[in-house]
Write a protein that binds this ligand. Structure first.
Ligand code: MLT
Length: 244
């Protein structure tokens, strides 16, 4: 059996089975964690430290403060900002991250990143930097690519599958012979059939609808913007930093 060049795993529970230490993993949580992380990197933050729990986020904040860093303690639970934190998980809240360390804990996205942290390389992707990520994958001749959706409560989040499909479509347009696994093929099919209005698609997903009902329409609008930057973000030993 041919080993697929690109696999798509829709949520971190699948990651345990599917991520080899030699893999390059691209984590997608378009609504909203990877979009927010990219916003912080674009604003010039030093790093984004992904945390699984509120407790570890507070501990990390104290630790980085002790090291002399200025901190933004950010995150959400159920979509809403965490009481006592500096901000929630809206991309625009990270515009003032310059030279700061952002400590972020979210319901699914930061956990997905941590679930992939044993891989050779972990990058973040969202619609804002989709083509830049695709180009990097092609340029670096990445092998064993796993695209990991953050998902929602252990299940699939359609907006991540859709974004993964768009990324796969770009990579395939340059390397048509790439072999996809069934998940990646399905993501590609979704992106191809839902190719008209990205923002409308995001709004119609269950998580999109939930964000709309909480008053976060602007976040969906910001997340839906395609290729607003060429910036890349990858996981290092100190958190997510700009570059690849
Ligand atoms: C998550 O990690 O589940 C999301 O980013 C949730 C959100 O803030 O919309």
């Amino acid at each position: 059996m041919q080993i697929p060049d690109i696999r798509f795993l829709p949520h971190p529970h699948a990651a345990r089975l599917g991520i080899h230490t030699l893999s390059t993993v691209i984590v997608i949580d378009v609504l909203r964690a990877t979009t927010s992380m990219l916003a912080a990197l674009r604003a010039g933050c030093k790093r984004v430290v992904p945390c699984a729990t509120i407790r570890t986020a507070k501990q990390q904040a104290a630790e980085w403060r002790r090291k002399g860093d200025k901190i933004i303690l950010a995150g959400e639970r159920g979509g809403y900002p965490i009481p006592g934190f500096d901000c929630g998980n809206s991309p625009r809240e990270f515009r003032k991250s310059k030279n700061k360390t952002v400590i972020l804990t979210t319901s699914n996205g930061t956990r997905a990143l941590l679930a992939a942290s044993h891989a050779r390389k972990v990058m973040i992707a969202c619609l804002n930097n989709l083509t830049a990520v695709g180009r990097q994958v092609v340029r670096q001749k990445e092998k064993r690519i796993v695209i990991l959706g953050a998902g929602e409560k252990g299940g699939e989040a359609l907006e991540d599958t859709f974004t993964a499909g768009k990324l796969i479509r770009f990579i395939k347009s340059i390397q048509p012979t790439l072999h996809l696994d069934a998940g990646a093929q399905r993501a590609l099919n979704i992106a191809e059939t839902e190719n008209k209005d990205t923002e409308a698609y995001l709004c119609a997903t269950p998580h999109g609808k939930a964000l709309l009902s909480m008053g976060f329409a602007q976040d969906i609008h910001d997340a839906a913007r395609l290729d607003t930057t060429r910036l890349l973000g990858c996981l290092s030993s100190s958190g997510i930093v700009a570059g690849a």
